[in-house]
Design a protein around this ligand. Structure first.
Ligand code: GLC
Ligand code: GLC
Length: 817
């Protein structure tokens, strides 16, 4: 069952009922000012850091689920015997609407609803060049009589630190402060500005207003929620000035509309920082100059439309960098629009703020951010460059790394510390992807601090060497890399041995053990060790490349011996040197990660192990909704395995379909030339392909979720944790670089598709290092293999179009067969 449809022309998903199985959200903002907005206008806003600078309050863990947002109330008093109060997004009043539509687009959301012949159109977006969210609301009277309406706005301020805001009531209920000017058309939230903050927030509207409120209790009534505000029921604001308790901003505009008449109002929610010496206008009065300048930018409909057009152009431009036209509209819409959009959202948010990540927990993950980069580096290479430097700056001198850092301070997070032994190698993955995309070797020569200490800075290449050496020198009894706290699978905690509830699996126990080893990290080492060797070669250091390859060879061999179980790759060795992910185990016999990653790294391809491993995956892990992380799921808690066995069977890392690693298996299939199977795996978790089962899948049909419940779970097929997942980057890498086969190498683009036999011909535009490549692929029913490659009229040898700085347009014909 569907709850909407894709409008590919407009690059929008159109939701046709507010009652989606879960809130279906969108992200607004491209630089530092961000909003999460649901299909019923729920959500919140923050500046840079969802924990430390939260502008508006949201209530996670509430009922109903999606509670608090930026709401508009329309009170229609035209017929005094039948007054009605409704919201364009249906929530929070939930008055049945005569029509409802929500369009989530690229960086904006639009709502159109009607009630009793009044139409409301609401457009909300964050403009490219200001720290604010603009909401344009147009109200139209379609009655054949004059309409009498009141429009009420409503935002609830968060007292900046979202964590403290939820806990520290003894202080916080006394600190709220506001200022109101121009009769209420601009309301300022200035809590803590009197002391150490030099920022405030403003909520303004481009018209004179008929009233305002800034105290939540005055607006709602002490015993009401946003679903039944007293003020709206009374039809009259009280002019309250908040002092402590919970400050809000609400404006009232009374509107009379002749039949057919429309009126438009523009509301702007902004964040302002003042220099220390310009904080005040008069004692106790905040300096509002910058706020008014910002509000002035969005005073007219023309200005708002222009700002929206800028945003649209920005996206239009970005989406020309990789664009495919095939006979398969679902592939086209995911590749050309939604998958790339989600990659950008993971760039902006990492794992911090979604409807499943509270914004107060994790900041930026080291491994997560490095992997996210693989999905957006082609879109925003300059920002990817900065991100790499930021991430590398949180590395330690021995190559290990803080597992997380806060985006505001860019400092490593000592609460969680280090010890996740896959982290160092992801830095190589991200850097290599950046250089293959841009050819910018200068990044390797940048001086980058360790643990943010510039006095011990070394070049980025030295950082990568530390990464490489960390794995090379931390190996266990079988010559396989030590796992530390965990590798990619945060929940496989082989050195943890936690016995008491409440202990964090991520931090309990030693960060390292001398025995527990990871075959997954071995696969990573083979893959990224080779990429490291290539970087050394590019810098002319052939001796280092040779040394690296010799180290890689050792791990490769250990993987094919100690890492091989007979029909598939072993997952790990635990602290007692027992196998994890082996036929010897009672549960958890075969894990997906080493099958996918070892094969995509090329391990066992020649030896015939790779094909066997993937066959085993198909036989033992496949389901109609995707490939499960392992089987059989753990039915009881295993002290020696940790969190992985803490989840009920079928959920999350305990036998769920962890979407992130499905593309690894799909890529692995392309390495073996299996286009049919690679695509089959791709389709199973691909949002556009499962739109029809939204009632089962539940999460947004335009983005990936981290997890879909596995076959052991009660709700098999149900998605959870949408948006902020490495699945976005990896599925984009899979479809764009492996299945459609346009892969950036150091020497130029390689063209080597691996598609299902009935995929058909397709064409692609790829902008790469300043040139445009117009590529057309004749498939001839082949799953893989390029028979002929013609570049600008000349046939070339091999698959790689040699990069030539002087050529700006390439016409490429690829003939498969
Ligand atoms: C979560 C984490 C990611 C980890 C994965 C598997 O998605 O963000 O870092 O690799 O879970 O445990
Ligand atoms: C839990 C989750 C895992 C996530 C980790 C982050 O272990 O199961 O997916 O990566 O928390 O802290």
């Amino acid at each position: 069952m569907k709850y909407g449809f894709f409008d590919d022309q407009a690059c929008e998903y159109v939701i046709t009922t507010p009652k989606t199985p879960l809130p279906w959200i969108n992200y607004l903002g491209n630089k530092e000012f961000f909003t999460l907005i649901s299909n019923t206008c729920g959500g919140y806003t923050f500046f840079k850091d969802a924990k430390l600078l939260r502008l508006t309050r949201y209530r996670y863990n509430n009922v109903p689920y999606d509670n608090n947002g930026k709401y508009f109330y329309i009170k229609d008093t035209t017929d005094s015997t039948n007054e009605v109060i409704w919201n364009p997004g249906w929530q929070p009043v939930k008055t049945a609407l005569d029509s409802y539509e929500c369009r989530h687009g690229l960086g904006y959301s639009k709502f159109t609803s009607t009630k009793n012949d009044v139409k409301a159109e609401l457009l909300t977006f964050v403009p490219m060049n200001d720290n604010c969210e603009v909401s344009k609301i147009t109200v139209t009277n379609n009655k054949n009589t004059a309409a009498k309406l009141s429009l009420f706005s409503y935002v609830e301020w968060c007292l900046w630190n979202a964590d403290d805001d939820m806990k520290n009531f003894q202080r916080n209920l006394s600190i709220g402060e506001v200022e109101v000017v121009n009769g209420g058309s601009a309301i300022f939230h200035k809590t803590e500005y009197r002391e150490r903050r030099n920022h405030y927030a403003v909520y303004g509207v481009n018209t004179a207003v008929d009233g305002f409120d800034t105290s939540r209790d005055a607006f709602l009534g002490a015993y009401n929620g946003p679903d039944s505000p007293d003020v709206v029921a009374d039809g009259k604001c009280t002019g309250s000035i908040a002092s402590g308790w919970s400050p809000i901003a609400s404006q009232q505009i009374n509107i009379e509309l002749a039949p057919g008449e429309s009126k438009t109002f523009i509301f702007t929610l902004g964040y302002i920082e003042n220099p220390l010496d310009e904080k005040w206008e008069a004692p106790g009065v905040i300096n509002k100059k910058r706020a008014f300048e910002m509000l002035d930018n969005y005073k007219t409909v023309e200005a708002v439309d222009k700002a929206l057009a800028e945003l649209n152009d920005y996206w239009k431009n970005l989406l020309t960098i990789y664009h495919v036209s095939s006979s398969n509209e679902k592939v086209d819409r995911m590749v050309n629009i939604w998958n790339q959009y989600q990659c950008m959202v993971t760039f902006n948010m990492s794992r911090s703020a979604s409807y499943y990540e509270s914004g107060i927990g994790r900041g930026m993950g080291f491994r997560d951010s490095c992997q996210d980069l693989l999905g957006f580096v082609h879109l925003i290479p300059d920002r990817a460059r900065q991100r790499i430097i930021d991430i590398a700056s949180t590395q330690f001198q021995d190559g290990s790394a803080y597992h997380q850092y806060q985006p505001l301070t860019k400092k490593g997070n000592s609460d969680i510390g280090s010890g996740f032994n896959d982290d160092p190698l992801w830095l190589i993955a991200g850097t290599s992807a950046y250089i293959r995309e841009t050819g910018d070797l200068s990044i390797l020569k940048e001086m980058v601090p360790f643990d943010n200490d510039m006095s011990v800075a070394k070049t980025l290449m030295e950082h990568l060497k530390c990464s490489f050496n960390f794995t090379a020198t931390h190996k266990g009894p079988h010559g396989l890399p030590l796992i530390g706290r965990a590798d990619w699978n945060d929940c496989l905690n082989l050195n943890c041995f936690s016995e008491h509830p409440g202990e964090s699996f991520q931090t309990f126990g030693p960060s390292e053990g001398p025995v527990a080893e990871s075959v997954f990290i071995a696969g990573m080492f083979v893959k990224y060790g080779e990429e490291y060797a290539q970087l050394a070669e590019l810098l002319g250091d052939n001796a280092e490349a040779e040394r690296a390859r010799a180290e890689v060879k050792k791990v490769y061999d250990a993987t094919c011996t100690a890492g091989w179980d007979g029909e598939w790759f072993v997952r790990a060795y635990d602290a007692y040197s027992n196998k994890v992910g082996s036929k010897e185990c009672e549960e958890g016999q075969i894990y997906i990660e080493p099958q996918g990653f070892c094969v995509l790294a090329g391990i066992g391809v020649e030896e015939g192990l790779a094909a066997k491993a993937l066959k085993s995956v198909e036989e033992r892990l496949d389901t109609k909704y995707g490939v499960m992380i392992f089987q059989p799921a753990y039915t009881k808690y295993h002290l020696e395995l940790g969190e992985v066995s803490s989840y009920p069977p079928g959920y999350k890392e305990n036998g769920g379909i962890f979407c992130h690693n499905n593309p690894w298996v799909s890529i692995a299939e392309t390495v073996l030339g299996h286009g049919n199977r690679a695509f089959e795996i791709y389709k199973k978790t691909c949002p556009a392909y499962i739109e029809d089962i939204s009632e089962i899948h539940c999460t947004e049909p335009y983005v990936y979720s981290q997890m879909v419940a596995g076959k052991d779970a009660k709700f098999f097929g149900q998605g959870k944790n949408s948006w902020l997942t490495g699945t976005a980057a990896w599925t984009f890498v899979n479809i764009s670089q492996y299945i459609l086969g346009v892969y950036p190498t150091h020497n130029g683009l390689s063209i080597n598709p691996c598609v299902p036999a009935d995929f058909g011909d397709f064409s692609l535009t790829r902008k790469y290092r300043g040139a445009t490549y117009n590529i057309s692929v004749k498939q001839n029913g082949a799953e893989k293999g390029i028979k002929k490659l013609v570049v600008n009229g000349k046939e070339i040898e091999g698959n790689i179009i040699p990069y030539d700085e002087s050529v700006k347009e390439y016409t490429v014909e690829a003939i498969m067969g």
